[in-house]
Design a protein around this ligand. Structure first.
Ligand code: SF4
Length: 390
């Protein structure tokens, strides 16, 4: 038994087993920052075995070969601005009809002339990280003093040159109480999208403390509350879609989803914002994409993964075309099959539209198909309850 998706969730307009909705390419691991949560364990110097410019162009050719609608492409790192051929890669992808976005680190390399050059090359959007509400907390997260102020300045420049701004925030137990203040900053920056990432203990992120499942549930409800202020997307918390569906059409939300201490505090700190913005925008429904199901990650040497936080390579674009890997990988096929999931996720009525964070499952159990331990939900089946009409 499964819950049919509602308008509370956006569905992909194509078959996710045929083509991805979005592909993230880690063009380099080099980066001058030393962020405490870094997935990539980024290093100062570029790896000589990175995909070359020609290999990168071929990868983009491969991505364009999926045809329309072509996948969105995000060039990330490390710091993608460490690659001198970045404008060439962006121009090549744009010329093929790909929508190209960038996820740079805030360093001296992120300057107005470089952003103008990338915009002229066709880049559409830039995402910047904000992991603390103050210089003290953000800079200690990023490992370098001055990055907070530089991020505020970079956000202004990104918008000034005509690029769409996205802000990425990694939530941990250390900064969760700063979320309302970070939201204020996101609103002041005029960001088009706030992407909230729920820490997966991998890379240097192993040293940080993720939220408990109960805390994550509270934060996801709060995010849905404030999604009338800015478009919100979650990363590695697909059960945000379950929450969006559960809440849709419910009038007495607090009766159905009692407010716990964490959400209560987040709400209190956001009260002024929620009443100060009239009329509220309609929340942007989260899109139904998950690891290997509409989403894939290519690392700096060409290995393909279901996600950047799920370190199980399924092939290399040095040996196989990206479409062949995406369509043919046994693991990706399993990840796309909701009935292959284990534990609560395998029994869950939301599995077709959620499916759980495969990265959290893998980081905790070593099995990418295991239940997602970061989700609190007890499926109806495990409670001996049937769905209405079944
Ligand atoms: S139990 Fe699994 S499939 Fe169900 S809502 Fe939670 S994470 Fe999603």
């Amino acid at each position: 038994m499964t819950v049919a998706p509602t308008r509370a969730v956006r569905l992909m307009h194509h078959d996710a087993s045929e083509r991805p909705f979005i592909v993230i390419w880690e063009v380099t691991r080099a980066c001058q920052l030393v962020c405490t949560h870094c997935r990539a364990d980024a290093i100062r110097a570029r790896n000589p075995f990175e995909l070359t410019t020609d290999e990168g162009r071929r990868l983009l050719d491969d991505l364009a070969s999926f045809g329309s609608p072509r996948p969105l492409v995000v060039l990330t790192g490390g710091d993608p601005f460490e690659r001198p051929d970045l404008p060439e890669l962006v121009a090549h992808g744009t010329g093929l009809g790909l929508s190209m976005a960038l996820s740079p680190s805030v360093t001296d390399r992120l300057t107005r002339p470089v952003l103008v050059e990338l915009h002229n090359a066709g880049a559409k959007a830039v995402s910047l990280s904000l992991d603390g509400a103050t210089a003290e907390s953000h800079d200690s997260f990023r490992g370098v003093d001055g990055v907070f102020d530089a991020t505020l300045e970079a956000a202004r420049t990104v918008s000034d040159v005509g690029l769409r701004l996205q802000i990425n925030t990694t939530v941990t137990r250390g900064n969760v109480h700063e979320l309302p203040a970070m939201l204020q900053t996101v609103l002041k920056m005029g960001a088009a999208l706030w992407s909230v990432f729920f820490l997966v203990p991998t890379g240097r992120g192993k040293l940080l403390e993720p939220l408990t499942a109960a805390e994550e549930e509270e934060v996801l409800h709060w995010l849905h509350d404030v999604s009338t202020l800015v478009a919100i997307k979650t990363t590695e918390a697909p059960h945000y879609r379950r929450i969006a569906i559960q809440r849709s059409g419910v009038r007495a939300l607090d009766d159905v989803f009692p407010v716990g201490p964490l959400r209560s505090r987040l709400r209190l700190d956001t009260a002024g914002l929620l009443t100060g913005h009239e009329p509220p925008r309609r929340p942007r429904p989260p899109i139904d994409v998950n690891s290997g199901r509409g989403f894939a990650f290519v690392d700096h040497v060409g290995a393909v993964y279901p996600s950047g936080f799920l370190p199980t390579a399924v092939g290399s674009v040095r040996h196989q075309s990206f479409p062949d890997i995406y369509r043919g990988s046994g693991l990706l096929q399993e990840l796309r099959d909701p009935d292959a999931l284990g534990g609560r996720c395998g029994q869950c009525e939301f599995r077709t539209v959620c499916g759980g964070s495969r990265s959290h499952a893998y980081a905790t159990t070593g099995d990418p198909l295991a239940e997602d331990p970061s989700c609190l939900y007890q499926p109806l089946l495990t409670r001996g309850v049937g769905l209405a009409g079944e």
